[in-house]
Design a protein around this ligand. Structure first.
Ligand code: CAO
Length: 416
């Protein structure tokens, strides 16, 4: 059986992280992703954070699997001519240039529709229409403008950005959903459409529970926040809540055996109400099961610091994996804090293809993250990223039907 998106051609004008994340997902699902790059230059990330001289960086290789690379100067006359042919041939065009860059090249949405009315034109920008629409935006700016930074970190500390790239990769993921939705709609309408996702909006979508809390504040304190139990009044905006659980079941990150020397010897521990009695037994506090101050979730909310202190006295006697082994059979939700080193060696993640070893002609084998979304009839084999312009001839010949003389002429003009 063919892959889910087999036959779909993507004109990939993306660069850096947000756009490439999107087109990589579509490539894993079987789309033919043709990455257009400036001749001799390419995606800037090829040369960023390099670990091996003159070899495509891991930043690039890990975001551009399963794609083909064509070099094309879309500002040169001959390059524009070839670009028009590519627009005619492709189903989807994806870009995350600075605002207005494609218009300046001469390819507005109106022009693209004229060339190919079935084209789905998908863009990522930092902000949607409004005051900041012309700004260039990177990951951390989006995390700050989307509400994530102000709600992440310790209550009395500075705002913190997260390691998860929710602005870039998160928005790429949103855009991929927009594209497949537009492809589905095109089946009925016969027409393409414009798909836009702003990074600020993508981050806010992932922070929706914090906007929930902003509104709850008008009706009283956020009782599940540790701050409430500590008797510290709330201000007028959703505060940072450290490692408090974002839901109705209190949780914290607690030290485990070895924490003095290992920065990742911690566990997340959730005092799920339904298994409270199991928690009491495990930590050696059976008397808390029926005690009026501890038996009911509401009573515990003002005592969370004391309760988690006692639980931590217990977790510090065990490794994070022993905590998992003891708590899991009792349905107590816990999670070890895994380092990237531990994740790289994790056998289950290797088995499912979520962590894969990929071979690259210039750098040799390296680890990458495969498709986290598993389709039973469309498995995603991770293929290495293309070298700059590796598929230029093949695409001009096989996709656009150009003959050898035309390809040589385009090269002589510096268009490809
Ligand atoms: N041929 C000819 N010109 C090309 C080309 C090609 N194949 N590919 C790109 N270019 C040109 C663009 O047309 C643009 O030219 P102009 O400035 O003259 O219009 C130029 O290259 C650079 O594009 P850019 O402004 O997008 O790149 P930048 O490095 O200055 O900015 C970024 C990068 C990411 C800040 C900006 O693209 C942006 O804000 N994108 C939208 C938000 C986004 O995706 N951010 C996440 C990035 S990942 O952290």
């Amino acid at each position: 059986m063919g892959k889910a998106l087999e036959g779909v051609k993507i004109l990939d004008m993306t660069h850096v992280q947000s756009g490439p994340t999107c087109t990589q997902l579509l490539a894993w699902f079987g789309a033919d992703v043709i990455k257009v790059e400036r001749p001799g230059v390419g995606d800037a990330t090829r040369g960023q954070l390099r670990d091996i001289p003159d070899v495509d960086s891991l930043y690039f290789t890990m975001l551009n699997h399963n794609k083909r690379s064509v070099t094309l100067n879309t500002k040169a006359d001959k390059g524009k001519e070839i670009f028009v042919k590519l627009i005619k041939e492709c189903d989807v065009m994806v870009e995350n240039f600075a605002p207005g860059a494609l218009d300046r090249m001469g390819f507005s949405w109106e022009r693209i529709q004229e060339i190919n009315p079935r084209m789905i034109y998908a863009s990522i920008k930092g902000f949607g229409p409004g005051e900041f629409e012309d700004c260039k935006v990177y990951e951390n700016v989006a995390q700050c403008a989307g509400g994530s930074a102000s709600t992440t970190g310790m209550r009395d500390g500075v705002p913190i950005v997260t390691g998860a790239q929710i602005g870039d990769s998160g928005t790429g993921l949103h855009l991929a959903l927009g594209i497949v939705t537009a492809l589905f709609h095109r089946e009925k309408s016969g027409r393409g459409q414009r798909v836009e996702c702003a990074m600020q909006d993508g981050v806010l979508n992932l922070c929706r529970v914090k906007l929930r809390d902003q509104q709850r504040l008008q009706h009283g304190p956020l009782k599940e926040y540790s701050q409430h139990g500590e008797g510290i009044p709330f201000g007028d905006a959703t505060p940072r809540a450290g490692n408090d659980s974002g839901g109705g079941q209190p949780g914290r990150i607690l030290k485990c055996k070895g924490w003095e020397t290992d920065p990742d010897a911690y566990t997340y521990f959730i005092t799920q109400a339904a298994v409270w009695k199991n928690v009491c037994d495990v930590i050696g506090k059976p008397e808390w099961k029926e005690h009026a101050d501890y038996a009911k979730p509401e009573a515990r909310l003002t005592r969370l610091n004391e309760i988690f202190g006692v639980i931590e006295d217990w977790t510090m006697t065990k490794t994070k994996f022993e905590v998992m082994e003891i708590c899991n059979p009792l349905n107590i939700p816990v999670g070890p804090i895994l380092s990237m080193k531990e994740i790289a060696a994790d056998r289950s993640l290797r088995k499912t293809g979520t962590v894969v070893e990929v071979d690259h002609p210039e750098r040799g084998p390296y680890l990458s993250v495969g498709n986290p979304i598993k389709l039973s009839d469309s498995p995603a084999d991770v293929e290495r990223s293309p070298l700059l312009g590796e598929h230029t001839d093949e695409i001009l010949r096989d996709v656009l039907g150009m003959n050898e003389d035309e390809i040589v002429a385009a090269k002589a003009e510096g268009a490809v």
